[in-house]
Design a protein around this ligand. Structure first.
Ligand code: ACM
Length: 467
């Protein structure tokens, strides 16, 4: 039995199978047909076996996929929807056929599907360890398989500044040479970043850049000491909460304006993440002063802002600012209140509860990579056993923009390490973000995962196993 993760809204199987062979062709919408032909190892034709058809779609963001004895037809009202249908088709293939079809038995079936949430994300921390462009592209392909549609890049932190800013060139000349492990760091040129954005767009994934302010800024202050009230040293450790921008200095706001303007100019997507977490070296008054000024500056550049939930301490956010919740499934002190503050100010919430959705935590005490924090270790079963609408009273489906699985890179030096911690727990998060809550079943999910990891093996995606 071949299966799909995340579980579709509706799947009705008929009797029998359809055999897809290497002489099959793909056609219809040219963009997605080209992609499907490439991943399946098939040719494109005008009279296709696999027809990817733009047509009226019954549900926003959705698609249908029908496999009959005569062929395969997907319908959606956008190319993005057809791309999602192709991901379901890839998962319906036997694992050994997923990278090149020779002869594959497919079930006769009809899938009608659409997402529960618009925002289905992963976050990659490229600051604590730097990941080159090709590595990020690999992760983009990996997460596309699960119908995730946003990749949040945590571009700056104490350990390194990873994106070139023309007006503050020392950020990458002096602020990018450090990382955990002392391997020399790295950064994205503006062309590198554009290449990532374009590649992500080819997978219908929106890049969400994060410039984390006003804490997590040691690397910025190494590059420009005037950005800090206290002397700083390059940092390659794993502590948090020790750095802050100089809150009462006008230089800081010139820096914020320049950086945000340049990042907004590079970013076609609607979102810009300004961090705001763990500013433990900034006084309460200074934090509120900074958030009000920095978010007002950022709002001028036409993006919808996102902040970690601590940003909700401010009641002066630009209307519609999105909050990203990273406390636990049982909220810790203040977290629920700070998160509700975004809703009161007209924004929605992205749920990333650290005890179940953070991918940097060990699976169990024996896991070689990862850290143990946020109530960890976090098993695959733990990552599946929660619902984003059941964490904070007053925050249900309507208040939720979506769900994101962050990965902090303290222990991950390569994208293979990232994959090992992310997969398969990121499949749990993708299903929570996509599938109707009533469709979710932990026992049945575990069975689908057995098959899914065979597909990961076939596709060369590292994983930590299903236990
Ligand atoms: C966070 O984990 N500091 C957002």
């Amino acid at each position: 039995m071949t299966t799909v993760i995340p579980a579709p809204v509706s799947r009705v199987d008929g009797p029998g199978t359809f055999t897809l062979t290497s002489s099959a062709t793909v056609g219809g919408d040219t963009v997605t047909a080209g992609y499907a032909a490439e991943v399946l190892g098939l040719a494109v034709s005008g009279d296709p076996t696999i027809d990817l058809a733009l047509a009226a779609s019954p549900a926003p963001g959705g698609y249908s996929l029908e496999i009959t004895s005569g062929g395969i037809r997907a319908e959606a009202d956008t190319a993005a929807g057809l791309f999602l249908a192709v991901q379901s088709l890839r998962q319906l293939l036997p694992a050994d056929q997923a990278t090149g079809v020779t002869s594959a038995e497919l079930p006769i079936t009809r899938i009608d599907d659409h997402p529960r949430f618009h925002y289905r994300g992963a976050m990659l921390d490229v600051a604590r360890h730097f990941f080159p462009v090709d590595a990020v592209k690999k992760y983009i392909d990996d997460i596309a398989l699960l119908k995730l549609n946003h990749l949040h890049l945590h571009l700056t932190d104490d350990q390194g500044w990873r994106i070139h800013i023309d007006s503050w060139p020392e950020l990458t000349r002096a602020g990018a040479t450090t990382e955990i492990g002392g391997r020399g760091g790295g950064f994205y040129s503006k062309d590198d970043y554009r290449e990532i954005v374009l590649y992500a767009a080819s997978r219908f994934i929106t890049i969400v850049p994060e410039i984390d302010l006003p804490g997590h800024t040691n690397a910025a202050s190494v590059a420009y000491p005037e950005l800090s009230d206290v002397p700083v040293e390059p940092y390659e450790g794993i502590e948090v909460g020790f750095s802050s921008l100089a809150i009462r200095s006008e230089t800081t706001y010139r820096f914020v304006d320049d950086v945000i303007r340049e990042i907004a100019g590079l970013t076609p997507g609607p979102y810009l993440h300004l961090g705001g977490d763990e500013s433990l070296s900034t006084t309460d008054d200074d934090f509120l002063y900074f958030i009000q000024r920095a978010t007002a500056i950022a709002a001028r550049y036409g993006k919808t802002l996102i902040g970690w939930h601590e940003m909700g301490r401010s009641t002066a956010l630009p209307a519609g600012t999105i909050g990203q919740y990273w406390s636990f499934t049982t909220p810790q002190e203040g977290a629920a209140e700070h998160t509700l503050s975004f809703v009161r100010q007209g924004g929605q919430i992205i749920m990333s509860p650290a005890d179940v959705a953070y991918l940097d935590i060990k699976y169990d005490d024996a896991t070689e990579l990862g850290l143990v924090w946020a109530n960890g270790p976090t098993s695959v079963a733990d990552s599946y056993d929660w619902d984003p609408a059941a964490i904070i009273p007053g925050i249900g489906d309507e208040q939720l923009l979506g769900v994101e699985a962050p990965l902090w890179s303290e222990t991950t030096a390569t994208i293979g390490d990232v994959e090992y911690l992310a997969f398969p727990r990121i499949a749990s998060i993708a299903e929570i973000a996509w599938s109707p809550a009533g469709k979710r079943d932990a026992v049945e999910f575990r069975q689908r995962l057995d098959r899914f990891v065979q597909l990961l093996d076939a596709l060369g995606i590292h994983h930590g196993g299903v236990a």
